[in-house]
Design a protein around this ligand. Sequence first.
Ligand SMILES: Nc1ncnc2c1ncn2[C@@H]1O[C@H](COP(=O)(O)OP(=O)(O)OP(=O)(O)O)[C@@H](O)[C@H]1O
Ligand SMILES: [Mg+2]
Length: 229
Amino acid sequence: MNDASPANGLARTGVRGHGLPGRFLSVEGIDGAGKSTHLDWLAEHCRQSGREVIVTREPGGTPLGERLRELLLHETMGVQTELLLVFAARCEHVNELIRPALTRGAMVICDRFTDSTHAYQGGGRGLKAGWIDQLEAVVLGGLRPDRTYLFDLPADIAARRRAAAREADRFEQEDLDFFERVRAAYSRRVSQDPERFLRLDGRETVDTLRARIADDLATQGLLGHNAGH
Ligand SMILES: Nc1ncnc2c1ncn2[C@@H]1O[C@H](COP(=O)(O)OP(=O)(O)OP(=O)(O)O)[C@@H](O)[C@H]1O
Ligand SMILES: [Mg+2]
């Protein structure tokens, strides 16, 4: 399926979250849901279109952002400080890396973006959605991903996968209730912006999930060269 297909939602509506020639994908989900497992494959798959592809992550993605990430994952701090540091890192990331890449026509694949803030600091920590919306407006000025892949997985399964894989950081030490709140907040994000998200069942096999994503990228016209705007 190509960009001109009537089934291509983005080509049909012409609506993108940034108005720039590049493409912006994000992957989301609670810790251990399976996001990072797909990143390298996703980048290689997208490179077949001939487009420059950049893989990055949040918090992080720039030298200062990565230092802020270390603080966020390991330092004790208040929840408002946490929110502001998340947005400080994002501000650097957007200005230094994401916007320039989208401006020159690259595809940016981001492991977590603002939906994570709504899910973790909003749903998980209980901070007011209005604060997050205000910071989002100031820092992003309407910039949002073209497509977001949400890996949805019950908190207990994700916790078992994490325990088998690595040592827990500050967020990963939270209890199952915290992660169910984060998961519920992700679901609310999907309801608020259903066109942007593809929710994936994280219990499916890696191969099945990749096939679904590959299908979706084609259907959405995200692999084409001509951005059509
Ligand atoms: N579909 C799957 N089925 C079974 N196990 C999986 C699947 N996807 C990933 N895993 C395993 O689950 C663990 C967590 O996956 P991964 O690191 O990709 O999660 P993540 O969402 O990136 O987590 P975090 O937010 O903490 O970075 C890994 O050990 C990975 O191999
Ligand atoms: Mg990961």
